[in-house]
Design a protein around this ligand. Structure first.
Ligand code: NAI
Ligand SMILES: N[C@@H](CC=O)C(=O)O
Ligand code: NA
Length: 448
């Protein structure tokens, strides 16, 4: 039977995501009522700049006092789309203390303080939902927390940051410059308030921490995730990837160790073959593979950023939290019983693509090969190109050619799989060779 007294919702933040949440809640009010079994009402919208024009957002609901809104006492669900650590954290804690369920899109906060937030939610018998925090509109948190709760997940791998995928895609497909592509991603509402979080890999690392924690039923914090962003990816790297039949993507990879006793979580740019499904993920789309023991390999794909797609995930959580309120129930809480430790990056087994500027003389190849052998790293392929006339026609040669002396060559080595620590020690040793003029780039190779 339909309840007539409305469930009251407080919306904290009315930026890219919040404004879309308010719009959809207003335009789809009847459908939401029917699906929840009670009317759902926006009781207040906390903003920082009240004077700003917000089309379609009821002006009388606007307040600058988020704390007072959360403390009102009649709020059933708080939606936090402010972002950052404080005041978001304090507001969510206050919401729990006042018996409200919380829906948040805040991956930075969940990756840093997820355990404390879950503990507070449990203590107060409240919900904590955050589907929007990872991969925007794509249902990923709920499938991991609920649909796969009976399976054993061994690996989660994918593209979880829309902004960096947009930039790499533009650089690869249209040859756009890095800054130009970042400006476009920001204008489209994909980037974080401080886009450093995107391009330096913090946003993807926060998402990897959340995914690893849920997938492996353990606790993984942002600091546990090995993180490299895309700021060092050059046009030369992208050109080199193309020559290998690959493209460059920023990947998040969470794995259970083969012996099952530890996990790893990492975010870094990687070359992947064009034949791999992740290679065709364009613009701000995200795609994530989940490998589970019984289910096998699952792929989740869709819009990973942007106001409306993210609002879709927020509203799905809102419906769940409202239904729970009516049923006097709560959704799943934290599951961290395995207490698996997170191993360092050095233990991860990967492959490297290494581009070296070397002296073009007899014996260099043998010297380089010896360094690899000494570190127990097996070479898959080697490609050498002479630079005797000041560089070749490709991007790698053009960039490396600046200042190069006659009699130099470019050497591109792709390794077989080895411990990351051995691979990085190999690169360090190569830098020390007199015949190696410089290491132009190193990038991991995935997806083969
Ligand atoms: N934009 C996107 O594509 C996605 C964003 N998210 C997450 O959603 C959250 C919001 O992101 P956006 O809407 O893009 O950011 P935004 O910067 O557009 O919006 C945040 C809003 O909160 C307001 N605000 C700041 N402090 C406040 C306070 N004390 N009280 C009330 N309002 C306050 C700001 O003025 C701003 O309008 C972040 O946690 C972000 O990581 C998650 C998935 C995708
Ligand atoms: N800045 C993020 C937004 C979604 O999480 C991204 O680009 O993916
Ligand atoms: Na999602």
């Amino acid at each position: 039977m339909m309840r007539t007294r409305p469930l009251k919702v407080a919306l904290l933040g009315c930026g890219v995501v919040g404004s879309e949440v308010a719009r959809i809640m207003t335009t789809h009010a009847d459908d939401l009522t029917a699906r929840i079994g009670a009317p759902v009402e926006l009781a207040g919208i906390a903003v920082r700049r009240p004077g700003r024009t917000r089309e379609g957002v009821p002006g009388h609901l606007i307040t600058t006092d988020a704390t007072a809104l959360v403390k009102r006492g009649d709020i059933d669900v708080v939606i936090e789309v402010i972002g950052g650590i404080e005041p978001a954290r304090g507001l969510i804690m206050t919401a729990f203390e006042h018996g409200a369920g919380v829906v948040s899109a805040n991956k930075a906060l969940l990756a840093q303080d997820g355990a404390a937030l879950h503990a507070a939610a449990e203590k107060h018998g409240a919900d904590l939902y955050y589907e929007a925090a990872v991969a925007g509109a794509i249902p990923l948190i709920r499938p991991l927390r609920e649909s796969l709760a009976g399976d054993k997940v061994n690996r989660v791998l994918g593209i979880v940051n829309g902004t960096t995928n947009f930039i790499l895609d533009r650089m690869d497909s249209s040859g756009a410059g890095y800054s130009e592509a970042l400006d476009e991603a920001t204008a489209l509402g994909y980037a974080e308030a401080d886009p450093t979080a995107d391009v330096e890999g913090f946003d993807a690392a926060a998402k990897a921490a959340i995914l690893a924690g849920i997938a492996f039923h353990t606790r993984v914090r942002l600091d546990d995730v090995h993180r490299e962003g895309i700021t060092e990816v050059t046009a030369a790297d992208i050109a080199s990837a193309k020559r290998m039949g690959c493209t460059v993507k920023l990947l998040a990879i969470c794995e259970r160790a083969a012996d099952g006793r530890s996990v790893t979580a990492r975010v870094h740019p990687a070359m992947i073959p064009l034949s791999h499904p992740l290679a065709s993920v364009r613009e701000a789309y995200n795609a994530v593979f989940v490998e589970a023991e019984a289910a096998g390999r699952l792929m989740f794909y869709g819009p990973g950023a942007g106001g409306a797609p993210t609002a879709s995930a927020v509203l799905g959580d809102l419906v769940a939290a409202c239904r729970n309120k009516l049923a006097a129930a709560t959704g799943p809480g934290e599951s961290a019983y395995t207490r698996l430790p997170v191993s360092p990056m050095g233990d991860v087994v990967t492959r490297y693509h290494i581009s070296l500027d070397v002296a073009d003389k007899p014996g260099v190849l043998a010297q380089v090969a010896t360094v690899f052998a000494e570190h127990g790293v097996s070479i898959d392929t080697v490609r050498q190109q002479s630079k005797a006339h000041g560089g070749g026609a490709d991007g790698e040669a053009a960039e490396g050619a600046a200042g190069r002396r006659v009699g130099e060559a470019s050497l591109v080595v792709v390794t077989h799989r080895a411990a990351d620590a051995a691979l990085s020690a190999t690169v360090e040793a190569l830098r020390g060779l007199e015949t190696v003029r410089g290491v132009a780039s190193t990038m991991r190779v995935e997806g083969e």
